[in-house]
Ligand binder design. Structure first.
Ligand SMILES: CC(C)(COP(=O)(O)OP(=O)(O)OC[C@H]1O[C@@H](n2cnc3c(N)ncnc32)[C@H](O)[C@@H]1OP(=O)(O)O)[C@@H](O)C(=O)NCCC(=O)NCCS
Length: 391
């Protein structure tokens, strides 16, 4: 707990998430970058920022590759090294790891890390096909299975092993829509009831429309520096004290269990050990609820409850804003939205707001330690970070 931070966050920004007809990824990213700069007025972006790391999943959406250099230009940073990381929906979580490597290596004192995706101008069929490219081609994609189907297989396994119910899974959606209704930047800002979820159409049994994350446009970013330089830029830095990243087999068929994500467990163990923190010490978390069931699995894999008890945890109400461990106060991928490449640093953005008391209606009282879990695809990548507020 007294561990020296790895890096410190001195600014963060996020575009409004939603449907942005007519805008390009570069314009969305410029909006996020401009907010991050305005939150750190002592920073001279062009002079101080020495590298940019961008999470972006696919060039197919906009027919635009070479994203990192494009975004460096649009953020007013042309000239600096700009690198893209791709780890499916975990792309900007992986970019954050790369940013940490850069600062810790001493190669760059200040870096920007972010992510972006523009999806809503494509049909659902096109988006589904592009997303599915992050699953195993010969044994999954080729046979027509898509991400709702893969997560439905995991949910079914959990229901079989532990008796988790469709109603428990639906409660994640009700909670995250409630949190989203308090977030002015969320894609969907409406409260729903359990009946809304239970009566919505099946997408892949047992997952229904309201169990799925939204197809969204959006961008997010953060600015990192060495802890010893943080006070030069702000008196409210947020410190990253633990970082873990892990991989798993891309195909579900090769995994020992479908009821948990091994990569999350490995990444979480590394992050907890680095931070010298136990799961009970986490005050709030942003986790990867690409499907509501994935949040239940995350509770268990991150140690917020025992294996098999995730359904009971959401039912208890303890993961609500005023509960023991609030999860996805931003609205999560379910209500805030899931512009895949932007999701990892959007989670960090929410924790930055929370740990600097700027989360307004959804502020968690006395939050000191936060955790983010960002996964790629069906969990072949997982990235976990632990954050601490300035004392
Ligand atoms: C669930 C899904 C298939 C729905 O797409 P769709 O059937 O084409 O739905 P539409 O876009 O036609 O929207 C129909 C209605 O449902 C709503 N809607 C769409 N997706 C929704 C979602 N995920 N949750 C709640 N409502 C949703 C729309 O707002 C629209 O409402 P309206 O009629 O009041 O305007 C799509 O959102 C999806 O694929 N989500 C998962 C994305 C994903 O896999 N991400 C990566 C995870 S690893």
């Amino acid at each position: 707990m007294n561990r020296k931070p790895l890096v410190s966050i001195i600014g963060a920004g996020m575009s409004k998430f939603g449907k942005h007809t007519g805008l390009l990824t570069r314009e969305l990213f410029a909006e996020a970058a401009s907010e991050a700069f305005s939150r750190c007025p002592k920073l001279q972006p062009k002079k101080d920022i020495k590298a940019l790391f961008i999470g972006h999943m696919g060039e197919a959406y906009e027919h635009q590759g070479h994203t990192a250099s494009t975004l460096a230009d649009w953020a007013g940073l042309v000239g600096i090294p700009a690198t893209r990381t791709e780890a499916a929906c975990g792309s900007s979580g992986a970019a954050l790891r790369s940013g940490i490597y850069a600062v810790l290596s001493g190669l760059a004192d200040v870096v920007m890390v972010g992510g972006v995706e523009k999806m809503t101008h494509r049909t659902t069929a096109e988006v589904t096909e592009y997303l599915a490219m992050a699953s195993d081609y010969p044994f999954e994609q080729f046979h027509g299975i898509t991400f709702p189907g893969l997560f439905a297989l995991m949910a079914t396994s959990h229901m079989h092993n532990y008796g988790t119910t469709e109603e428990q899974i639906a409660k994640v959606a009700v909670k995250n829509h409630y949190h989203g209704s308090l977030n002015p930047k969320a894609h969907m800002q409406k409260e729903i009831t359990i009946e809304t979820v239970m009566s919505s159409r099946y997408v892949a049994w047992p997952l229904k429309l309201y169990d799925c994350s939204l197809i969204t446009d959006g961008a997010s970013c953060i600015i990192l520096t060495k802890p010893e330089l943080a006070q030069k830029y702000t008196d409210q830095p947020v410190h990253i004290i633990g970082s873990g990243q892990a991989s798993d087999t891309i195909g579900l068929y090769e995994r020992k269990s479908l009821s948990s994500l091994q990569a999350t467990k490995i990444a979480a163990k590394a992050a907890y050990e680095m931070a010298d923190i136990k799961p009970e010490q986490i005050d709030l978390a942003e986790v990867h609820d690409c499907f509501t069931f994935a949040e239940i699995m995350a509770y268990e894999d991150l140690g917020f409850c025992r294996p098999g008890e995730g359904g009971k945890l959401v039912e208890s109400g303890e993961t609500y804003l005023n509960g023991r461990i609030p999860v996805n106060t931003s609205g999560g991928l379910k209500a805030k939205g899931h512009p895949v490449g932007a999701t990892g640093t959007a989670q960090t953005y929410e924790l930055y707001l929370q740990l600097t008391d700027q989360a307004e209606k959804r502020q968690v009282k006395d939050a000191k330690i936060g955790l983010s879990q960002n996964i790629g695809g069906s969990g072949a990548t997982a990235v976990v970070h632990i954050y601490r507020r300035e004392k």
